[in-house]
Ligand binder design. Structure first.
Ligand SMILES: Cc1cc2nc3c(=O)[nH]c(=O)nc-3n(C[C@H](O)[C@H](O)[C@H](O)COP(=O)(O)OP(=O)(O)OC[C@H]3O[C@@H](n4cnc5c(N)ncnc54)[C@H](O)[C@@H]3O)c2cc1C
Length: 429
């Protein structure tokens, strides 16, 4: 392999030298001071941060400045520690107080404009999907549930520590035998016994599940057969968690199998806003949109790495970014990212109006993640052999994308939601 490459390189070098001489002559003819076309221009590129459609310009100045600050923090403080922790499957607990001090949980609590919140969460994913997922599971799925579906007493008792990240939550819906069909076939049960509930069952894949202080567990009330949400504190007898190891994606996130063996909790640990599974709709609508934003963050992360590599990596004596085929691939990557981003601008507008439907959120998740899969594959390929080691970051991004494709309703399930909306026929079973 090496010999072949060397011979090829020698031949090509000769050709190149001739070509370069010709090019040099031409260049000199054209403009003595101009650099050859294949060298990256020194001037600033016209689209900072790959925002080709000036989406950030839609934000008012104050939000634009805040977004720039957040982006700098994510890129400077989070991105550099991600690969090492990802490789080791280790969670950076030391970072949590800083995330709390910056009140990043609020990005998920609908306190900002939908577009700003989306772009800010996208930027965190761009730095690292795992850390974004830790924060999102805690904020979007647990803290939002307490805020939207909890009682006044629960909100008062829990929210301050959740917002400052002094206490961490997780969201336990999926089971070993039930993922896509969880709303129909949930096996975990909650049985009322006087002033208490008794929870029995097993949950799978639960992010933050090894260390969360609180679990929001979804269980079928044996009295009326409806699915409801309950808060279980981690030290309740009968509760246990086991880390899921050997993942190929989001390796920093501590996903766990959880067991509830006759776990007794006080009656008031039930979230009163959850009388049936339909009550989770508002929550799942929001989290589905968040995952669509993840698909843009991942694409931009892949683009950032691939672009930087392509302008620096020399082959045949020129940066690979000077080859037409590589430029086309970079354009497809940034094009995919901007297509998804444009879709999300409209989704954010519908959210602001309060008219966003689950069909629309499912469309954004399904289409964003298909674009994402193509984008990360192109990015990985642009790095050639270096694309298969996490040392160059892209392999982490490539692998992480697979989790986004499957969670929050797999691609197929989201496609079926849209399919039902456009045909009037449910094809789930
Ligand atoms: C890294 C990671 C983190 C996660 N974190 C959490 C968490 O914090 N909390 C939580 O509750 N869950 C979590 N999940 C679970 C996630 O939501 C589920 O994996 C997802 O809903 C899919 O369920 P499943 O894995 O059981 O796949 P299945 O439902 O078994 O699906 C397997 C395949 O069959 C397809 N399929 C299923 N039904 C149909 C159908 N009717 N028509 C066509 N195709 C179909 C699916 O699209 C998929 O391709 C996480 C998952 C992962 C991988």
């Amino acid at each position: 392999m090496t010999i072949l490459n060397t011979t090829l390189d020698q031949n090509q070098n000769q050709n190149q030298n001739q070509n370069q001489n010709q090019n040099q002559n031409q260049d000199q003819d054209q403009d003595q001071n101009q650099k050859p076309d294949h060298e990256p221009a020194d001037r600033l590129l016209p689209y900072p941060d790959a925002d080709l459609l000036f989406v950030t310009e839609l934000l008012p100045r104050q939000e634009r400045e805040r977004l720039a600050e957040l982006r700098a923090f994510f890129q400077d403080e989070i991105r550099p520690l991600a690969v090492d922790h990802w490789n080791r499957g280790a969670f950076p607990f030391g970072l949590v107080p800083e995330l709390g001090a910056r009140e990043l949980v609020r990005l998920h609590l609908e306190e900002d404009s939908s577009l700003f919140a989306g772009l800010a969460r996208m930027e965190l994913v761009r730095a690292d999907l795992s850390i974004a997922t830790f924060l999102g599971v805690h904020s979007e799925l647990f803290t939002s549930a307490v805020k939207l579906l909890g009682s006044d007493a629960q909100r008062e008792r829990l929210l301050p520590d959740l917002i400052s990240l002094r206490k961490i939550g997780c969201f336990a819906l999926t089971e070993k035998d039930h993922g896509s069909d969880i709303s129909r076939s949930m096996a975990t049960t909650a049985t009322r016994d006087g002033d208490e509930w008794i929870i029995n069952g097993e949950k799978r894949w639960i992010g933050n599940g090894t260390f969360a202080d609180y679990v929001l567990v979804w269980a079928r009330d044996t009295a009326d057969d409806q699915i409801k949400g309950f808060i279980v504190e981690k030290d309740r007898p009968g509760f246990s968690s086991k880390l899921i190891e050997n993942k190929i994606a989001v390796r920093i996130v501590q996903n766990a199998d959880l067991t509830f063996d006759n776990v007794r909790i006080p009656f008031e640990n039930w979230l009163p806003g959850t009388k049936s599974f339909i009550d989770t709709n508002g929550l799942l609508l929001k989290s589905r949109v968040w995952v669509a934003w993840q698909s843009v963050g991942i694409q931009l992360a892949a683009f950032d790495v691939a672009r930087e590599y392509a302008v620096k990596r020399l082959q045949f004596g020129r940066p690979i970014a000077s080859f037409q085929l590589i430029q086309e691939q970079l354009v497809r990557m940034i094009g995919n990212a901007n297509l998804t981003l444009s879709l999300l601008v409209q989704i954010a507008r519908l959210q602001e109006e309060g008219s966003l439907t689950m069909d629309q959120a499912a469309l954004a998740k399904a289409m964003g993640t298909t674009r994402m899969r193509e984008t990360v594959a192109l990015g990985r390929s642009i790095l050639g052999g270096n694309g298969v080691t996490t040392d160059f970051e892209i392999a982490k991004i490539f692998a992480d994308a697979e989790a986004v494709y499957s969670w929050e309703g797999s691609y197929e399930v989201n496609a079926l939601i849209v399919g039902r909306a456009i045909t009037g026929i449910s094809a789930f079973v």
